[in-house]
Design a protein around this ligand. Structure first.
Ligand code: OGA
Ligand code: MN
Length: 290
C-alpha cells in the first residue's frame, strides 16, 4: 500500500496539531510511511495517534525512528527493564510511594531547554487518564515569532536566552510549597547542569522556519543585557509566547500516543485531578542533533 493511502491526517485545531488516523505504530513503518509521518510532524508540530496498543519496546522502537532516545539511567521513575521509558503518574505502590513523576511541567517550557543539546521531540503514551483534568497545553512558537511586531523581531535577532534547570534563580518559576528539600534538589541539579544559552529566534533545522525559543520555566535572563533591560524584555516575550491565540489543548484519551516538536512548541501540564483518580503515561524523549 502506498504511504499516502496508509493513513489520513485530520487537523485538531486551527493553530497546530493533527491526528494521524488509521496507523498502528506498534507495527514497523516502511520508509515511505515514515517519511509521510515525519512530514506531517513537521507540518503540524504535534501529532496524535489514537487507540494505540504499545509495549515499552514498541514505544522505544517508534521513538528511535526520530533520533537518539534518552536513557533515564538514574531516575527512580524510569521503568526498571526499559530505562528509556519514564513514568509520569500520580499513582502509588503498596508502600504508598509514587510510581512516577507527579508534577511534570506545570509551567510553560520546552523539554531539556536547559541542556546544550535539548529535546527534539517528546513522545507520551497515555495508558490511563483521570476522569477529569490532566490535559496538556501547547503553544505554536512559529506563530508566536511571526506575530511579534517587526521591531521586536529585529530587537531579538542575535539575542540569546540563558537557561537553567534551577528554579532558585528564576523568579518566573516559583517552587511549589509542597516540595520538600527543593533547595538542596535544585542546588544539586544546577551543579550538574551549568547554564546554557540558546538563540531567542531559533531556526528549525528541518523546516528552516524561525520560532521564538524561550520559556518562563527555564529561560531566566538574557545574555549581554543589564538585568533591568533583560528582565523587561524577557517578561514581554514570555507573556507573548503563552497567548491563547497560539494554543492547542490536548484532552487525553486512553491509548493516545502524542508527540510534539520541542524546537517550535512550548507546553505545560494543566493538572486538575487528584488521587485516587489516576493518570498514567509512559514518556520517551528524543534528542536534538545539535
Ligand atoms: C513532559 C510534560 C506534560 C503533561 O512530559 O515533558 O511536560 O501533561 N508533560 O504530562
Ligand atoms: Mn515537558
Amino acid at each position: 500500500m502506498a504511504a499516502a493511502d496508509s493513513f489520513r491526517i485530520a487537523p485538531l485545531s486551527e493553530v497546530m496539531a493533527a491526528e494521524i488516523v488509521g496507523l498502528d505504530v506498534s507495527r514497523p513503518l516502511d520508509g515511505e510511511t515514515f517519511a509521510a509521518v515525519n512530514k506531517a510532524f513537521l507540518d503540524h508540530q504535534v501529532l496524535c495517534f489514537r487507540g494505540q496498543n504499545l509495549s515499552p519496546d514498541g514505544q522505544i522502537a517508534f521513538s528511535r525512528l526520530f533520533g537518539q532516545v534518552i536513557v533515564h539511567d538514574n531516575s527512580r521513575y524510569a521503568l526498571a527493564d526499559h530505562q528509556e521509558v519514564l513514568v509520569l503518574s500520580n499513582d502509588v505502590d503498596e508502600n504508598g510511594e509514587h510510581i512516577g513523576v507527579v508534577d511534570a511541567g506545570d509551567i510553560w517550557h520546552s523539554d531539556l531547554q536547559f541542556k546544550p543539546r535539548p529535546a527534539k521531540c517528546t513522545i507520551l503514551y497515555a495508558l490511563r487518564n483521570p476522569s477529569r483534568g490532566g490535559a496538556t497545553d501547547f503553544t505554536n512558537q512559529y506563530l508566536a515569532y511571526e506575530r511579534l511586531p517587526e521591531a521586536m523581531r529585529m530587537r531579538i535577532s542575535g539575542l540569546r536566552g540563558v537557561n537553567s534547570i534551577s528554579k532558585l534563580k528564576n523568579s518566573r518559576a516559583p517552587i511549589s510549597g509542597e516540595r520538600k528539600g527543593a533547595r538542596e534538589f535544585y542546588i544539586r541539579q544546577e551543579r550538574e547542569n551549568p547554564d546554557v544559552e540558546h538563540p531567542l529566534a531559533q531556526v528549525h533545522p528541518e523546516t528552516g522556519r524561525t520560532s521564538l525559543y524561550c520559556s518562563p520555566r527555564f529561560t531566566y535572563r538574557l545574555a549581554g543585557l543589564t538585568d533591568e533591560e533583560g528582565d523587561a524584555l524577557l517578561d514581554e516575550l514570555v507573556r507573548h509566547s503563552g497567548k491563547r491565540e497560539f494554543r492547542y489543548r490536548h484532552e487525553w484519551r486512553d491509548g493516545d500516543l502524542l508527540m510534539w516538536d520541542n524546537r517550535c512548541v512550548n507546553h505545560r501540564a494543566t493538572g486538575g485531578y487528584a488521587y485516587p483518580d489516576i493518570r498514567l503515561i509512559h514518556r520517551t524523549t528524543v534528542l536534538d542533533r545539535r
